[in-house]
Design a protein around this ligand. Structure first.
Ligand SMILES: *[C@@H]1O[C@H](CO)[C@@H](O)[C@H](O)[C@H]1NC(C)=O
Ligand SMILES: *[C@@H]1O[C@H](CO)[C@@H](O)[C@H](O)[C@H]1NC(C)=O
Ligand SMILES: *[C@@H]1O[C@H](CO)[C@@H](O)[C@H](O)[C@H]1NC(C)=O
Ligand SMILES: *[C@@H]1O[C@H](CO)[C@@H](O)[C@H](O)[C@H]1NC(C)=O
Ligand SMILES: *[C@@H]1O[C@H](CO)[C@@H](O)[C@H](O)[C@H]1NC(C)=O
Ligand SMILES: *[C@@H]1O[C@H](CO)[C@@H](O)[C@H](O)[C@H]1NC(C)=O
Ligand SMILES: *[C@@H]1O[C@H](CO)[C@@H](O)[C@H](O)[C@H]1NC(C)=O
Ligand SMILES: *[C@@H]1O[C@H](CO)[C@@H](O)[C@H](O)[C@H]1NC(C)=O
Ligand SMILES: *[C@@H]1O[C@H](CO)[C@@H](O)[C@H](O)[C@H]1NC(C)=O
Ligand SMILES: *[C@@H]1O[C@H](CO)[C@@H](O)[C@H](O)[C@H]1NC(C)=O
Ligand SMILES: *[C@@H]1O[C@H](CO)[C@@H](O)[C@H](O)[C@H]1NC(C)=O
Ligand SMILES: *[C@@H]1O[C@H](CO)[C@@H](O)[C@H](O)[C@H]1NC(C)=O
Ligand SMILES: [Cu+2]
Length: 595
């Protein structure tokens, strides 16, 4: 493997820390303290008639579920015995003042290299319900992920009758290829990135996929009981519909915050989201398919998407005769059912009434979200179009020393603080066939937005149809949950659309979709000092640069400042694997690196 990095100096930031070490355990904690080990190894898996090796935690796909209570502290020592550097992100855990352990590669830390270990300190605060953990390096999260169950503290309970049982359901992507190698190849060629070959339910594609019916996931339930299902969409690039034949579900929570319960025949779940639902076993005892398939909102640019139906089987316990094949859920919407998707999203309402929505907005941002292309110099005579993506026309470029280190240590040269509050140009954002010469090519940069402590931030994300590629973008914010005030179709109107905002009981989430050809409005309180990534949770788009970073400044007291750094952080080094290289020489064009 050759790495053609322009800069060759290796910086071991951790060396700087020697002398100002602080023990992890010195931090004051509430609740219980848990210790877990995650051992990352390569392991062979056979799905869809073929065998491949992939990186997993503790020999399991999906990885182990971690159980805590609200307000607990969790230490996870990650032993990387795989062959790639990796980080683990605690998705949706706000980690108050604790960005050191957020696990965002190049933003809050560098990789845990093969053969080394790193202990995360995960601080739970307001979250209650379900969240998850996943790798946040390249595409490793396709096989490195698991659920975090956050139970209510002792003496409190769910805001609904205590269920008779609980069940974790993880939806994920399956690729038969070696994902790392194929992604590197596709990036080098400027080709579209990988489309999965199947979706899985708790690791299994199910009866509708090749060589899969012997291992279909089965879940046995008792007639008359009610179960709490914790659904996670851990897949790489798709929003998913989910339904259970003949059983409606009651949606009660999402992203570790409760919702006003509503009944639905199906669920729409974006990658990054968790949705908690209640299921009552009240149908004639038998076997019923649990099924999931893609909601596909991009009808133009790429025709390729994963059409498979992932299934598991819900079976009632007891002695009964049932039909030879289970029933398929008739309420599972078809792949392009925009109406079903929209109506599900609009049904979500915060349980808290009124919710604590920020009402004194101090920072307003209007952010376009686009798929783009770069014209890259292949050789002295030829430029070729390479797929790219941007927010406010900035396509994120990873620095090789993480932003948090650079910020905390005041090291210049790794990022700039000029992420704009508005796009550089206003055009007819959602128009089809926009001129390529003025809209296709973004600017490459590592631009962050700096927020004062406790600012109240409103962001309107505006989808664009640049390159005829508008599609839903599930945007995820680290370090904070946000209130989802509303979504709409077309171009956001800053006079009339705010009148439609839900300021009373908006859902409180960490991931919400900017609809195809539409907009999404959110608000949050920047009360968590640190460095926080935000990005589209379709990994394809993240890889292409659809992300940026907020720095939330300290508030002036110890309790409103970033915690002291841990004694050890994985060292940073120039690493150009899977990415476009630094600007080469004096030219504006980029050259590509190979592995
Ligand atoms: C993972 O595996 C290690 C070693 O086998 C074990 O000690 C640890 O408890 C496991 N962790 C979880 C979360 O299951
Ligand atoms: C994994 O599978 C590959 C090829 O399918 C095989 O060569 C290798 O020995 C297997 N490894 C293990 C640990 O079983
Ligand atoms: C974990 O890494 C530390 C260095 O950060 C090292 O001192 C320790 O021996 C490692 N632990 C194990 C069990 O490998
Ligand atoms: C799986 O499918 C094969 C071939 O269609 C069939 O022979 C077998 O009985 C099936 N197994 C199960 C468990 O359904
Ligand atoms: C599920 O809900 C739909 C519409 O909301 C209703 O028509 C249907 O009867 C319900 N099914 C069951 C099994 O309750
Ligand atoms: C998925 O299931 C639907 C039935 O709801 C069927 O029409 C479709 O062909 C299935 N897709 C595949 C790829 O099997
Ligand atoms: C199941 O029911 C059948 C017929 O009603 C009976 O013959 C059989 O013994 C029962 N099996 C069990 C395990 O109860
Ligand atoms: C440059 O690349 C193009 C496209 O791959 C190729 O057709 C052309 O021959 C190359 N020119 C040189 C000078 O290598
Ligand atoms: C903007 O695009 C929309 C949708 O294509 C179109 O209906 C409208 O006429 C366009 N507006 C302008 C000012 O071009
Ligand atoms: C972009 O192309 C259009 C025609 O396709 C042309 O009218 C316009 O002047 C071009 N704009 C720029 C900035 O080159
Ligand atoms: C995006 O930035 C590039 C590079 O600065 C610029 O050429 C282009 O006009 C910008 N696009 C838009 C839509 O503002
Ligand atoms: C509303 O948007 C227009 C441009 O479309 C802009 O000129 C104006 O300043 C905006 N008003 C507010 C209050 O943001
Ligand atoms: Cu996206």
């Amino acid at each position: 493997m050759t790495t053609m990095a322009v800069r060759a100096t290796e910086v071991s930031i951790s060396a700087i820390f020697v002398g100002l070490l602080l023990l992890l355990s010195a931090s004051v904690v509430n609740g219980e303290v848990h210790y877990r080990d995650f051992v990352l190894t390569e392991k062979n898996y056979t799905r869809l008639c073929s065998t491949k090796s992939m990186l997993v935690v503790n020999d399991s796909f999906p990885g182990p579920t971690v159980y805590v209570r609200k307000g607990d502290t969790l230490y996870v020592n990650v032993y990387n015995q795989g062959s790639y550097g990796i980080t683990i992100h605690w998705h949706g855990v706000n980690q108050p003042r604790n960005p050191w352990f957020d696990g965002a590669e190049y933003v809050t830390q560098c990789n845990i290299l093969p053969g080394t270990n790193f202990t995360y300190q995960v601080l739970f605060s307001e979250e209650e319900g379900s969240l998850w953990w996943h790798a946040h390096s390249e595409w490793a999260r396709y096989s490195v992920h698991g659920v975090i169950v956050i139970h209510p503290v002792d003496g409190t309970s769910y805001p609904f009758p205590r269920p008779d049982g609980e069940k974790v359901i993880v939806l994920a992507s399956w690729y038969t290829e070696d994902v790392y190698a194929t992604i590197a190849e596709r990036l080098a060629e400027g080709a579209d990135l990988l489309v999965s070959e199947a979706y899985t339910i708790n690791g299994e594609p199910g009866d509708f996929c090749e060589c899969s019916n012997e291992t279909t996931h089965r879940w046995t339930i008792d007639y008359g009981k009610t179960y709490l299902l914790r659904l996670l969409n851990a897949d790489m690039n798709a929003e998913l519909f989910f339904a259970i034949a003949d059983h409606n579900v009651t949606v009660v929570g999402s992203d570790a915050a409760y919702l006003k319960p509503f009944s639905s025949e199906f669920v729409l779940i974006s990658p990054g989201q968790t949705i908690d639902v209640l299921l009552t076993a009240n149908q004639p005892p038998g076997q019923y398919y649990i099924a999931s398939r893609q909601y596909y909102s991009n009808m133009f640019k790429y025709s390729g998407y994963d059409h498979t139906n992932a299934t598991a089987i819900l079976e009632y316990s007891g002695n009964y005769t049932s039909p030879s094949t289970p029933f398929f859920p008739s309420g599972l919407p078809p792949y392009t059912d925009y109406k079903a998707a929209t109506s599900f999203v609009q049904s979500m309402r915060n349980l808290v009434n009124p919710a604590d929505v920020p009402m004194d907005v101090t920072t307003r941002m209007f952010i376009t979200v686009s798929l783009n292309q770069f014209m890259l110099k292949i050789n002295d005579t030829t430029d070729e179009a390479y797929p790219s993506a941007s927010v406010n026309n900035i396509s994120w470029y990873n620095p090789w020393t993480d932003v948090l280190q650079a910020y905390y240590r005041n090291i210049s040269g790794f990022y700039t603080t000029d992420f704009p509050d508005d796009p550089p140009t206003f055009f007819n954002f959602t128009q089809h066939d926009l001129p390529l010469n003025t809209t296709a090519e973004p600017e490459r940069g590592t631009k962050v937005k700096v927020l004062e402590y406790n600012e109240e931030v409103e962001i309107v994300f505006q989808n664009t149809d640049v390159m005829n590629s508008s599609e839903n973008h599930p945007m995820h914010l680290h370090g904070h949950s946000f209130y989802v005030l509303g979504t709409g179709f077309g171009i956001y109107n800053n006079e009339t659309d705010p009148l439609t905002f839900n300021l009373v009981d908006p859902p409180y989430q960490n991931t919400a979709s900017v609809p195809k050809d539409g907009w999404l409005a959110i608000r949050f309180r920047a009360n968590n000092p640190g460095v926080w990534l935000w990005h589209c949770h379709l990994d394809k788009h993240l890889t292409w640069g659809m992300n940026a970073v907020f720095i939330v400044k300290n508030g002036g007291t110890e309790d409103t400042s970033i915690r002291d750094p841990p004694a050890y952080m994985p060292p940073c080094r120039p690493d150009s694997r899977l990415r476009l290289d630094e600007f080469s020489g004096s030219g504006e064009k980029l050259y590509l690196t190979s592995m």
